[in-house]
Ligand binder design. Structure first.
Ligand SMILES: Cc1cc2nc3c(=O)[nH]c(=O)nc-3n(C[C@H](O)[C@H](O)[C@H](O)COP(=O)(O)O)c2cc1C
Length: 385
């Protein structure tokens, strides 16, 4: 991605009041799993360096953090369910705060997009229904096909809700500024939402009201820990990442947004179109969805500077989130402000490599810390989201 103009006066650089938070600009660092946590789900000092380097974003949303051991869906992803994880996350958040940043934690349960290698005692991953997704999962032994999941029993659902509540409490203890509930990208809450993955015949399946129930109960539970203006929700209504579809996304997400409006959330984070490839989405009216939400919308997917500026200027979204541009451009805000070219990232170090391809991308005013291989940013859709 190249910028040839300087857009220093763009609305993207205007502050935004988000609930009781004042954000420095409208540029959000989108959540990105980079798999630099320890094998036992503990966040690392390297992660603190990485996020602190990116603290000039108006808002950082952390990579997915599993709310329970069962919620894990790739190797070396951080947890938010244990006391030592809270302490380790605190180091990350303290670094971001010391650099003037604001950071939310993304609460995640992978559901069926997992593998016994990643599950406690080698158990089967769980989902709303025993429907096997055509996805490959990033394990210690490489990519492995996800098996047919075990359908969660009705009596297990309150346990999952309590895991989210406890994870939200842990995020508060770690010092985060808020939490984002991940209900997109084919993970557990998305699996309950969309009828391609949810064939349940109880109160959590079937009608749209039933399929949205789990997410809404989790929003309520998290709202007992955090004020609602510190809670965001992420959705990806037409993304098929995770081998998931819905027969009527307009009706499903229209209903969901009307229900979410009752909570006065911090924001709704919407990935439009197909994740990582296009915002085009025949059959789904994303502008109507944005309009229907009474609050700040964060728009995502394949934005460059100009279209991000246009959409914020149009007033239909409050902020835009950038994922891939943040990988090799820790000072993305400054680069966009000055209109300098953005660096490409090395796809071979997206999910591996320690500091290499993670914390060694320099800001513009510094000489390169290392010489990352610069190749075109094609990435493997099988192992992130
Ligand atoms: C390496 C990588 C990891 C990702 N991990 C997550 C994640 O943990 N949680 C999430 O909600 N989205 C995740 N995503 C999706 C991004 O947040 C974002 O939606 C996507 O990259 C599209 O935005 P972009 O076009 O600005 O890159 C990931 C994307 C990439 C490239």
């Amino acid at each position: 991605m190249k910028n040839v103009h300087s857009y220093g006066d763009s609305p993207l650089f205007q502050p935004l009041v988000l609930g009781d938070l004042r954000l420095r600009n409208r540029i959000v660092m989108s959540p990105m799993s980079r798999n630099r946590a320890r094998a036992d789900d503990l966040p690392t000092a390297l992660m603190a360096t990485y996020y602190t380097q990116r603290a000039s974003a108006g808002l950082i949303i952390s990579e997915s953090a599993q709310v329970s051991p069962q919620g894990k869906g790739y190797r070396n992803s951080p947890g938010i369910y244990a006391a030592d994880q809270v302490a380790a996350w605190k180091t990350v958040v303290d670094g971001v705060h010391a650099a003037g940043g604001v950071m939310f934690l993304q609460l995640w349960h992978a559901g069926r997009s997992s593998h016994p290698d990643l599950q406690p005692d080698g158990g089967m991953p769980v989902g709303p229904s025993a429907i096997r997704p055509a996805v490959e999962v990033f394990t210690d032994a490489g990519l492995k096909a996800a098996p047919t999941p075990r359908a969660l029993e009705l009596r297990e659902i309150p346990v999952v809700i309590e895991q989210y509540r406890q994870a939200a409490r842990n995020a508060l203890a770690a010092g985060f500024d808020g939490v984002e509930i991940h209900a997109g990208n084919g993970f557990l809450l998305d699996q309950f939402l969309r009828d391609g993955a949810n064939r349940r015949q109880d109160a959590y399946g079937g009608s749209i009201a039933n399929r949205t129930r789990l997410l809404l109960e989790i929003v309520s539970a998290v709202g007992t820990i955090w004020p609602s203006h510190r809670v965001g929700v992420r959705v990806s209504p037409t993304a098929t990442y995770g081998d998931i579809v819905d027969s009527d996304p307009g009706a499903l997400y229209g209903h969901l947004v009307r229900e979410l409006n009752r909570f006065r959330l911090a924001y709704l984070h919407i990935t439009e179109g197909e994740l990582l490839s296009t915002r085009e989405s025949p059959g789904m009216d994303f502008s109507a969805l944005r309009e229907a939400f009474d609050g700040v919308v964060i728009s995502n997917n394949c934005y460059g500077f100009q279209d991000a500026e246009d959409v914020v200027r149009s007033g239909s979204v409050g902020m835009v989130s950038f994922g891939r541009p943040y990988i090799a451009n820790p000072d993305l805000v400054e680069r966009l402000r000055r209109g300098v070219a953005l660096s490409d990232f090395d796809p071979s170090t997206l999910h591996d490599g320690g500091a290499r391809g993670y914390t060694d991308y320099p800001p513009i005013d510094q000489p390169p810390i290392a010489q990352p291989q610069t190749v075109s940013p094609q990435i493997d859709m099988t192992d992130n989201g």
